[in-house]
Design a protein around this ligand. Structure first.
Ligand SMILES: Cc1cc2nc3c(=O)[nH]c(=O)nc-3n(C[C@H](O)[C@H](O)[C@H](O)COP(=O)(O)O)c2cc1C
Length: 195
């Protein structure tokens, strides 16, 4: 297996971080890998915001947990997070937020929603190749659908009409804890057919 295939196969979601800061070089390398993603019609409709401000991420985390708790549809996610230690961001010292233009047409071939998934996977693989624990985090978007959405958009410096697309939590994985340790997911080969 070549290095790229090894990185793809060994990537895993880390859900416990030591809290140790990520170097600026590594943050740059991860963000640049995201920025190098392909996009439909080469539109590159994304803005990557690297958040290391602990006050801001704590505010996002608190708002996200509160919203998950108060919404019947997300209550199960809230309970699962509470049973895992009550941290939406698992103690990650850095979050890269992939912001995208608001869209009503998520199914369009050139939807920024589609592109931002590719951006975040590029970043997850780059992070893993650098030895950084990482977790693709959709739930970090909850505060951007709350009453304080505008407050958070301004804090992140998002342009008008832009919003959260997806995010990546980053940091040193806590290897002393099961949730931080590498694991190999079983692959279901029946999901691949050859015609
Ligand atoms: C679009 C997307 C959103 C996700 N959001 C979250 C999240 O909010 N919180 C979380 O703990 N994991 C999240 N995950 C991680 C998945 O749960 C994880 O990828 C899946 O369980 C497979 O595990 P693996 O990544 O270790 O192979 C997300 C993954 C994707 C692709």
């Amino acid at each position: 297996m070549n290095e790229v295939l090894k990185t793809i196969r060994s990537r895993y979601t880390a859900r416990k971080f030591t809290g140790e800061a990520v170097s600026i070089e590594d943050l740059r390398a991860v963000a640049e890998a995201g920025n190098a993603a392909p996009s439909a019609y080469n539109k590159q409709q994304w803005q990557l915001v690297v958040v290391t401000n602990q006050e801001l991420s704590a505010e996002l985390e608190a708002e996200g947990l509160e919203d998950l708790k108060n919404n019947a549809a997300t209550r199960a996610s809230y309970e699962r997070i509470m049973s895992r230690g009550g941290r939406l961001f698992y103690g990650a010292p850095a979050i890269v937020i992939v912001a995208i233009p608001e869209t009503d047409d998520e199914n369009s071939v050139s939807s920024p929603v589609r592109d931002c998934g590719i951006v975040v996977e590029n970043m997850a693989l780059a992070a893993h190749s650098l030895g950084l624990g990482n977790c693709i985090c959709g739930l970090a978007g909850v505060p951007f659908a709350s009453e304080r959405a505008q407050y958070f958009k301004e804090k992140l410096g998002l342009k008008d009409g832009w919003t959260f697309g997806i995010s990546l939590l980053l940091g040193a994985a806590d290897l002393s804890h099961e949730s931080g340790r590498p694991r190999l997911r079983e692959l279901d080969s029946s999901k691949i057919t050859y015609v």
